[in-house]
Design a protein around this ligand. Sequence first.
Ligand code: SAM
Length: 247
Amino acid sequence: MRFDVVSLFPDMFRILTGQGVVGRALERGSAELHLWNPRDYTQDPHRTVDDRPYGGGPGMVMKVEPLQAAIEDAKHAAPDSKVAYVTPQGRTLVQDTIAEIAAEPGWILIAGRYEGIDERLVERYVDAEWSIGDYVVSGGELPAMVIMDAVMRLLPGTLRHKDSARTDSYVDGLLDFPHYTRPEVIAGARVPQVLLSGNHRAIARWRLRQALGRTWLRRPDLLERRGLSGEEKALLDEFIQARRDAE
Ligand code: SAM
């Protein structure tokens, strides 16, 4: 999978590429990252990358010509890739969208700065607009990194434990179950007994019950959307009953 990112701050991507899951994906060659800086396409001595907005008002807009030249070069280098603009006005990303993104051969991500980019460039080049949530950050670099991290951990061979993404929150429409590690007791708080039992069937049932219960408590909207099998319904009833009994 190939990512090309158009960004005024290519150095920011070092925090992503040097380590962890993404570092491993890039090192193994299951993903590629190419950076295109509009500043490299400026023609003036000041290397200007912003411009005043038509109509006046506060803030600047990314200068059109260098941005357009960077997008054109990225498209030329990655002809099979679609183009996405990361923007708070885009479709809010959820795990299903990440899977859709991962299914494409590549993406050119445009990271905005200032008040954003000229609308005519959006109309001309952009196939998708994505938001990382209903809030505004100062540039598209962090959103682009969030997307690439979420996508690359789905690529085969990237995660050390290949099944670990399978039980992650949202993958099957549920939140993940709670996790525990050593020691067995911390300040009097014990690990749930079933996890020490070695009974894999009982552990799997307990985990599913917890995942269903957590989702019911924290994100009932997910349960409504997903629906439950007969067995899942019974496990959720057990979870709810146990909570009532504990009250
Ligand atoms: N004036 C823009 C608006 O209100 O829609 C916000 C501009 S923001 C300061 C600068 C850049 O950060 C945007 O062009 C976009 O690329 C990026 N950005 C900010 N918040 C984002 C979000 N929630 N999701 C994706 N990108 C975001």
